[in-house]
Design a binder for this molecule. Structure first.
Ligand SMILES: [Fe+2]
Length: 173
């Protein structure tokens, strides 16, 4: 039998529950991230020349976020890698940890190097290129995927001209 979706509680109870801290303080150590990136690169890359690891806070449950409303990943681009253009309804903040390259966001070319921060707004076409022929590029990436998925409005579109996808999975009991 399907679990009912509706429930009523005293508003005082709601206020008390809302005061509870959502998540604990936490740290993801670079040595652990780096080790996981090396595992993923060998076994399960996103696409040719690019792979990524998500930083997940256990307290965020099914959001798989770094906080209840935000998610974070670390992505690596092999030397010379030019990732395919795409867009999504979540925004993305990119923090360059290592490397040099450029991104094209809504037609604007943004050149970046270690320490730079840049932003792709929701539904903006974007693509990334590692311009080094010898060094990997590493981008920390902060997104609001948990926010858009909680509202059922996570959309993704691959290369221009292809249809967009509403990213929702069938609910599992
Ligand atoms: Fe993206």
């Amino acid at each position: 039998m399907t679990k009912p979706a509706a429930k009523l509680i005293n508003y005082k109870e709601f206020l008390q529950k809302s005061e509870e801290p959502a998540v604990r303080a936490n740290i993801w150590k670079w040595r652990d991230i780096d080790q996981k990136l090396k595992e993923v690169s060998a076994k399960d890359p996103l696409s040719d020349g690019r792979w990524a690891v998500s930083l997940v806070h256990e307290d965020t449950g099914k959001a798989f976020g770094v906080s209840p409303s935000l998610n974070m990943l670390v992505q690596v681009f092999e030397p010379g890698k030019h990732a395919k253009r795409h867009r999504h309804s979540n925004f993305a903040i990119f923090i360059v940890r290592q490397g040099t390259g450029y991104s094209i966001i809504d037609g604007e070319k943004i050149e970046w190097e270690a320490g730079d921060v840049f932003f792709a707004p929701p539904w903006a076409q974007h693509e990334h290129c590692n311009t080094s022929t010898t060094e990997q590029a590493v981008l920390y990436t902060v997104q609001d995927v948990p926010t858009v998925t909680s509202n059922g409005v996570w959309f993704f579109q691959g290369s221009e001209g292809t249809g967009f996808q509403h990213r929702v999975a069938e609910r599992k009991e």
